[in-house]
Design a protein. Structure first.
Length: 326
């Protein structure tokens, strides 16, 4: 590798070292890898590159397939290609900067304080206490195989720009296959607005999941609409009303899209008690007992629970959850 003079008016791309340990099946490290990669996210479409596509599997699809395989007790086969990433021909001239050799002072870890130290310790405590937690997908032919989703919003949770928080979780056969917790891109003027924005975003995910599973041809109950559970009565009323109400006129497009999704049979929206909302742990600081209950209900279980005599078996209907013997 050698450094060259930067051509006149050339644009540069940053670089970064990636380090990885390769292990054997017994966990022993047999090679240390270091790769110098370009920061492609700093490039501008239409200026530095044209349309690109990489056929990478979607993690949502992988989780859905695993959940269905567990339900029907299918065998799962996987394959790996060591030379999967091949170098293609570049038609553009790309100039990459050399790796940074100094500490950038804009990062907090260069001047940590007591607040940062406390946050790091809390992260380590969390990792220690959840090191044996797994998402579990089970087969239970006595239960109806269906998809449901839970939505919730944190109103004005960001103290800087006063934007709200979106959180949702999709459950298939009791196990989580898709979830998200992120800041909303637009400002919500009320808690109802925030909840409806979440429902709108979830409706788009629900349409994709509905069509993806329907295309598999092995899921008879997917003909039924996906149940969306929301704990905001007013947001549900807006979704079911035929007219755009006065309080929802400023996001009329979102209102109409969600209603159309419901009318087409991809989705149905229902009320859920706040205490039974499986999306709560994605943003709220819950009591330990309540947090543990909700994480169990999305089938996030410790390894030790596999030998317990009793575990919580959640139903797609929050009113039908029971405790069953393993």
């Amino acid at each position: 590798m050698s450094l060259n003079e930067l051509p006149l008016n050339a644009r540069t791309v940053g670089s970064k070292w990636l380090f990885k340990k390769k292990t054997n099946t017994d966990g022993a490290v047999y090679v240390f890898k270091a790769r110098l990669v370009a920061k492609g996210f700093t490039q501008t479409y239409g200026v530095d590159y044209e349309e690109t596509f990489s056929p990478v599997a979607d993690f949502r699809a992988i989780r859905i397939l695993i959940a269905i395989a567990a339900y029907y007790d299918y065998e799962i086969w996987q394959i790996d290609f060591k030379t999967a990433f091949l170098n293609g021909h570049l038609f553009e001239e790309v100039c990459m900067e050399q790796p940074e050799g100094f500490m950038n002072p804009k990062y907090l870890n260069h001047n940590p304080g007591e607040e940062h130290w406390t946050a790091v310790k809390n992260i380590l405590k969390y990792l220690r206490n959840t090191k044996d937690m797994f998402l579990v997908y089970e087969g239970n032919m006595e239960r109806e195989l269906g998809v449901s989703c839970y939505t919730d919003a944190g109103y004005l949770t960001n103290s800087d720009d006063l934007k709200s928080q979106t959180r949702y979780v999709f459950v298939l056969n009791g196990g989580v296959v898709n979830w998200k917790s992120t800041k909303q891109s637009i400002f919500a003027t009320s808690s109802t607005d925030a909840e409806y924005i979440v429902a709108f975003n979830v409706s788009k995910e629900a349409v994709w999941i509905h069509k993806f599973i329907s295309g598999l041809g092995i899921f008879p109950t997917i003909k039924e609409p996906i149940s969306m559970y929301c704990d905001n009565t007013r947001a549900i009323a807006i979704a079911k009303d035929d007219e755009v109400t006065k309080g929802a006129r400023h996001f009329r497009v979102k209102v109409q899209y969600l209603r159309e999704t419901i009318k087409l049979g991809d989705l149905k929206i229902e009320k859920v008690n706040t205490n039974d909302n499986l999306a709560d742990p994605f943003i709220k600081a819950l009591a330990f007992s309540k947090h543990s209950e909700l994480t169990r209900n999305i089938r996030m279980l410790p390894a030790s629970s596999f030998i317990w005599s009793e575990i919580v078996m959640p139903s797609s209907d929050p009113e039908k959850r029971t405790v069953s013997n393993k």
